[in-house]
Design a protein around this ligand. Sequence first.
Ligand code: DCP
Ligand code: MG
Length: 604
Amino acid sequence: MTQYTTPRTVNVTEFMQRTLVYLKPYRIMAAANILLAMLTISFYFMYPQITQYIIDAVIAKRQESMIIPAAVALTGAFLLHAVSNALRIAVNTRFGQKVILDMRRDVYDHLLSLPTGFFDRHASGDLMTRIIDDVASVQRILTDGVERALTTFMSILAVLVILLFKSYSLTALALLPLAVLTAGALWYTFSAHPGYRSQRREIGKLNALIMDSLQGIRQIKAYGREEFESIRFSGQAERLRQSTIKVMDIWAVYTPSMTFAGSLGTVLVLWAGTPMVMHGQLSLGELVGFLFYLGLFYEPVGRIDGLNQMVQSARASSERLFTILDLDTERKESTGNTPFPEKVLGDVRYESVSFGYKEGVPVLKNISLHAAPGEKIALAGSTGAGKTSMVNLLLAFYRPVSGKIFIDSRDISSVPIHSLRKQISLVSQEPFLFNGTIRDNLLYGQLEASLEKMLAAADAANCSAFIEALPEGYETLVGERGVMLSSGEKQRISIARALLKDAPVIILDEATASVDNATEQLIQEALDRLMKNRTSFVIAHRLNTISNADRILVLHHGEIVEEGTHTELLNKQGRYTRFWMIRNEQERVATQVWPNETMDKEAF
Ligand code: DCP
Ligand code: MG
């Protein structure tokens, strides 16, 4: 069952420290951005000044000849405002996109390097939301937010100076509502954050649900569960709607109240300023100019609310990102730095290895085995016995709870993980192809392989014939997870991929399941070529795969209960013998009628 790791609380200081790092490489762009933003605002500041001039110097003194120069000056100010604003947007976008790219790359790289167990517990859709949405939300505060914060505070300060210059007493009155605004901002900070946090969580869950159902689209259709899924989707979408309404309701109360409180400043100024104009202490132009500037003061003050909203949303997102970024990568799990030589001999030893996915639920108990270089070991056992788990440990997808695994006498937990995995080829239980061409998928085994090498691998895996019969050949797109190919075709491509990797140790997990006899023959030949001269671990239910092995281990409830060659085990008259008899019968029937691979798993 997927869990959603509860994000820890990130306070504002930590948030600033860890996110501002991303701005560092772009200091110049950030500075240019802020400079342009200030320029943009300052051009706008000329508007009230020119208006005041028109009222006091042009209208009052009836200087009609000054109308045109005043209009030209105003047009000029607006034009400069527009030009610098355009430049600001262009710089801001470029700079913002660079930050988002860096951040996304960091989160993605970190995600890729997390231990396999992490992915057992997290839904892909939720992780995707973090990389796409949460990164964007944090980036927004870094680029737009920092720009906005600086320009807002600078313009508030500038307007304040201008206001004070114009009239002390009116300015003092105009600032009275600031106390209310500060209190409001604090209230919002505390009440909105939990709301944003739950909203981000619901978005993650919704994406997880969509991803899950799209991957299971065939099951949805086959079981006629469209309506069921639709209801499930609506339920989650509804929860997202509700959590969004919650944050927006807080916003709906907050921002208009703040605007209202700010407007009271204007009322106060009008209330005190009108008699001043009447008594000749202030010109009409000065009062109008003051009111205009006051508008320019409360407009950025209002923007602080928007800024605060951005911060709260970004903080909630940063919690989801830091939760991932703070997890130890699997590289940290290996204690040594000395890699394996280019190719190991392939001597594999398990020493009293025990393992479980969850605490208190043992999956493997005290497993010991030794595979000499080039030896072919078959793992047999009923479903859930722990076969896949056993080979997962060799690849260090998981680490043993106790005991050790050695390759060429080196404890694998002391080998850098990349070097370890380079020595092992895996043909997994569910063949997985990437969305791309057949060629892309083959070359995944060895990106720099030559064309000849690739064709030879395809040939050896018995897939060249069917590939060449395709109209697009090696350039055929396989679709998501390889859906456009049959299971047998996918399996053979994944074998070719493993062949191309050319590693000294090989793991085949039920590589011949779910194909017909003729295809199995082809796959078997391919596998024999793959295993030649390599230490191989083969998990299979097919008789000939198993009986050809140098040694067979029979697993039962996580323990090795029988071990030996095919003949030795048959002589034992134990579990293996029973399995062999049932299987023999099945395969005899299967070759007469249709191959059936599904009924055998409980044979042990
Ligand atoms: N298990 C788990 N968490 C995982 C994978 C498996 O808890 N991420 C459990 C399910 C099984 C047990 O571990 O009870 C052993 O699973 P294996 O996949 O190792 O079993 P097999 O490979 O032997 O079974 P099969 O033949 O079906 O592939
Ligand atoms: Mg398995």
